[in-house]
Design a protein around this ligand. Structure first.
Ligand SMILES: Nc1nc2c(c(=O)[nH]1)N[C@H]1C(S)=C(S)[C@@H](COP(=O)(O)O)O[C@H]1N2
Ligand SMILES: [Mo]
Length: 308
């Protein structure tokens, strides 16, 4: 198997999206799209780039946002509250060694290193539309594993109805105040198991940068960006709906569901339009961020004004 080290590849910062796309298609063909082709090479720590990745039919065909924007315009409040802070403060979080605990109401709780995680479920590329509640959006080529495949392995108990996600927090090196740390998020079990829901371990074919939530973070493309808790240390199966960090900070502004919904305004601004980073004219925001066909049935019969 190929191990592509940094020196062997063009820095994707200077790879225009169309060139990146054709390189990706080439790699997908070369890899034959088999599960074996999607296995990470040796160790994600030794190599900065993943080998050929399976191209998922769940990816959008929209043009990815530049790698530069994806890795320098970030929200990661533990590393500062300005968009540029996370990339400038990556030394405040050490992504290796790392342990992710999967615990709570499961028959087989596990503690996993990142290499173990990638051996259990092979990563694939998922190009997703992402939208922040602040009104900007991006298209990001994630490298991730379907969360549902991982959850199956721990055998959730019948009483488990929700999944809680807990981010790393180190009081000595990270922001104090702002939120009630650690950053936590939550999903209903069926949302967590949905094939679109992934744990991201990389982007643009490379190991996840710290500012994007290294070494592993949640990505739920039909929900506002704040659902995507970064630098996860625990995934916990629980019976009751978790109270998330943003619900604690502002319950009237940030609900548990956090579904992208152009019809329900944030109390202080409209959610009807968005600015795609790199574009000048605003776009209309789509219901469930354009993923209605895939996930609309999860919310059938629910009043999405009440469950915002
Ligand atoms: N731990 C943690 N996770 C987090 C955040 C954060 O501040 N801390 N910000 C969230 C918000 S508001 C957004 S929009 C996305 C941004 O992800 P990105 O910087 O990779 O685009 O991360 C989410 N996950
Ligand atoms: Mo956000």
């Amino acid at each position: 198997m190929l191990i592509r080290r940094t020196a062997d590849i063009l820095p994707s910062e200077i790879t225009p999206p169309d060139v990146y796309r054709s390189r990706r298609n080439f790699l997908a063909q070369a890899g034959g799209l088999t599960a074996a082709a999607a296995l990470p090479m040796a160790s994600a720590h030794a190599a900065t780039a993943f080998g050929p990745l399976a191209a998922s039919p769940l990816s959008t065909t929209e043009t990815p946002t530049s790698r530069r924007a994806v890795t320098t315009y970030n929200n990661f409040y533990e590393l500062g509250t300005d968009k540029s802070d996370p990339a400038e403060n990556i030394h405040r979080l050490k992504p290796s060694p790392w342990t992710l605990r999967i615990e709570g109401l499961v028959n087989k709780p596990r503690s996993l290193g990142i290499d173990e995680l990638l051996k259990l479920v092979p990563p694939e590329e998922r190009i997703y539309r992402m939208r922040c509640v602040e009104g900007w959006s991006m298209v990001i080529p994630w490298v991730g594993i379907p969360l549902g495949s991982l959850l199956k392995l721990v055998e959730p108990q019948g009483s488990a109805k929700y999944v809680e996600f807990v981010s790393h927090y180190d009081r000595a090196t990270m922001t104090r105040g702002v939120l009630d740390w650690p950053y936590t998020e939550g999903l209903r079990l069926d949302e967590a198991r949905h094939p679109l829901t992934i744990l991201a371990v990389g982007l643009y074919g490379e190991v996840l940068p710290v500012q994007n939530g290294a070494p592993v973070r949640l990505v739920v493309p039909w929900k506002y960006g704040f659902k995507g808790a970064k630098s996860l240390v625990a995934i916990r199966f629980v019976e009751r709906q978790p109270v998330t960090a943003w619900m604690k900070a502002g319950p009237s502004e940030y609900g548990f569901y956090a579904n992208v919904n152009p019809d329900v305004d944030h109390p202080r601004w409209s959610q009807a339009t968005e600015r795609r980073i790199g574009e000048f004219t605003k776009r209309k925001t789509l219901m469930l961020n354009g993923y209605s066909d895939q996930v609309g049935s999860l919310y059938a019969g629910m009043d999405l004004r009440r469950f915002y």
